[in-house]
Write a protein that binds this ligand. Structure first.
Ligand code: ACM
Length: 584
């Protein structure tokens, strides 16, 4: 195995001639220069545990590894030099040093990914190499849907480590949905007392007749969240919370029925949802609802230092608002054209609310709907009423970027700092980038990891398109044809793991790996050519080493030959979509 089989591929790596190995041993010291103390902690706790080497502090010996910040490098850039004289990990900031330490760990071989040594030998070969590297994108994310199936805190911490090992730096936690509310909110305790639990769970696609009859649930306390955020921060990973609204809220309505459209449904009778799909029960557009969620967000802001707060905004059916006299009165009172603008009003309220508190809204591309007719109009929800809405002068004003009360907005009617996570394809992201918004590209056709990764009959609960390891490897976050200014607005990319049919950590591992390794190379590597020219054979060759790293980490990845017997789910209905995904 070649120690240079690094994943993600660095910008440059070379052996120092004559290709030879240095040796780390029990006398090897670790010198942490100013600003690298946290990396040294991680190094001893992780590489120290795997190797059995103590790495005592010290700068008084030739036998040492030196961690240092070199301000001449970009913040996340790093250089690893092992040349027979020195062993240096230098980064433009502590983050760069940390990514360099991740490369250093890969250089030590797969056993460096274990938690304890597997031999009594306390000498570790270290290839004499120079690696120079930096990321392509600032936002390199994974979404974990902990709402559909709860992922216990320990599993989330483990995913933080798995992200770090792949030089990914954003963990997007989808904390709330119809099927569960997963974060303690002190002022609204029923959100977790009631909203975090469901009596049973649909097993497989919603058309399946099977159920898990064991009650399911769980939530993170404030201290759990603080621990996750601090653990991630020590690993230079930002945790972005998502509180989804005004749709995907049945769990909240089950806890507090007054949040729903009480004039059209008996919201007091709604349980936490036990099946899957797009749910009609959405928030009532009342002042009380706004105040309720402001209260939620005050606690969320307190727990999550992330500059970005994700407020969902996706898949909000308009039927209840159409039927609700209260919602219709609200539309009239606000001078809105329709229910799409009502949704837009919801999102813009919180967009402003966040901006006033120094934070930035990020939302799914539906946040471009309603009041942004010129661009970013929903491709899936365009309907026959569109023409009528165009007649309204308000639309014309919005198109031209008229200032909304309470703050500056772009031509899309959002605060300039608002960002869009483009999931229904590239179109929303393109529209947002062209209007000057930051964009995270995560098109479902390419990087939704719930989609099956092989067309064969053994894939567990197969849903969606076939998206193989190679498909993910050939995903390009910046679509062709963007102007350079708009392309620069694509701040990154994210893979999304929705967990309707992933009932536990092993199932999440199976869907996420190995594809996250290919995704990490897409998100990180500055060396990848256009998709068709990417050397997948070389990536697959490097994956031989990477499978051994994943195995050492205890990841239940999908083996290249297909699922192992216990990874299959015979008889559980999925919903495969035949043919290639539409060209978006
Ligand atoms: C989404 O997949 N509904 C963001």
């Amino acid at each position: 195995m070649d120690p240079m089989d690094l994943i993600p591929a660095p910008r440059s790596s070379r052996w120092v001639p004559p290709a030879a190995y240095d040796v780390l041993d029990t006398d090897t010291r670790l010198e942490a220069q100013p600003g690298t103390e946290g990396v040294a902690r991680w190094f001893r706790a992780t590489i120290g545990a795997a190797t059995g080497l103590p790495f005592p502090d010290g700068d008084d010996d030739d036998n040492r590894v030196v961690l240092s910040v070199d301000p001449a490098l970009a913040p996340e850039a790093y250089r690893v030099v092992v040349d027979g004289y020195a062993r240096r990990i230098q980064g433009g900031s502590a983050a760069g040093v940390f990514w360099g330490a991740q490369t250093f760990r890969q250089l030590l071989g797969p056993d460096a990914f274990r938690r304890a040594p597997v031999t009594t030998r306390r000498e570790w070969d270290l290839p004499m190499v120079v690696v120079e590297d930096e990321p392509r994108f600032a936002w390199r994310g994974l979404l974990l849907d902990v709402a559909r199936h709860f992922l216990p805190k320990d599993d989330v911490l483990r995913y933080v480590d798995l992200l770090a090992a792949h030089k990914l730096n954003v963990l997007h936690l989808h904390l709330t949905d119809d099927q569960g509310w997963r974060v303690e909110i002190t002022r609204h305790p029923r959100l977790t007392e009631v909203g975090a639990w469901r009596g049973r769970t649909k097993r497989g696609h919603r058309a399946s007749e099977l159920w898990y009859d064991t009650p399911h649930g769980g939530f993170y306390t404030h201290d759990d969240i603080r621990e996750i955020v601090a653990y991630a921060a020590e690993r230079h990973i930002r945790v972005v919370p998502e509180i989804d609204l005004p749709g995907h809220v049945q769990a909240a309505i089950a806890a507090y029925p007054e949040l729903g459209n009480t004039d059209v449904v008996d919201t007091a009778a709604l349980p936490v949802w036990d099946t899957w799909g797009i749910n009609p029960n959405v928030l009532a557009p009342t002042d009380a609802t706004l105040r309720f969620f402001e209260g939620v967000l005050e606690e969320v802001l307190d727990l999550f230092p992330s500059p970005y707060i994700h407020l969902g905004g996706d898949e909000c059916p308009k039927d209840q608002w159409k039927a609700s006299p209260t919602a219709q009165a609200r539309i009239k009172e606000l001078g809105l054209a329709d229910e799409y603008e009502l949704q837009s009003w919801f999102m813009r309220h919180f967009d402003r609310w966040l901006a006033e508190r120094g934070r930035r809204l990020i939302g799914w591309d539906e946040i471009l709907e309603g009041g942004s007719r010129a661009k970013g109009r929903a491709p899936v929800e365009s309907d026959e009423e569109e023409g009528a809405r165009h007649e309204r002068p308000r639309d014309e004003e919005r198109r031209q970027g008229v200032r909304a009360p309470g703050g500056e907005t772009t031509s899309l009617g959002l605060a300039p700092g608002a960002a869009v996570a483009s999931w229904r394809g590239y179109a929303g992201g393109i529209a947002a980038a062209e209007a000057g918004h930051d964009v995270v590209m995560c098109p479902e056709q390419h990087v939704y990891l719930d989609h099956r990764q092989h067309g064969g009959p053994d894939e567990p609960v197969p849903i969606g398109f076939v998206r193989t390891l190679e498909d993910v490897y050939r995903f390009e976050p910046v679509p062709p044809g963007l102007s350079p200014e708009a392309a620069a607005r694509v701040i990154g990319t994210q893979a999304n793991a929705w967990t309707e049919v992933m009932e536990n950590r092993a199932r999440v591992d199976y869907q996420v790996f190995p594809r996250l390794a290919a995704f990490a190379e897409v998100a990180w590597s500055t060396r990848l050519p256009a998709p068709a020219e990417r050397d997948f054979a070389d990536f697959e060759r490097r994956m031989t080493a990477h499978y051994r790293r994943l195995a050492a980490l205890g990841v239940d990845y999908r083996p290249p030959g297909g699922p192992l017997p216990w990874q299959r789910r015979p008889g559980v209905l999925g919903r495969p979509i035949e043919g290639p995904p539409p060209n978006v």
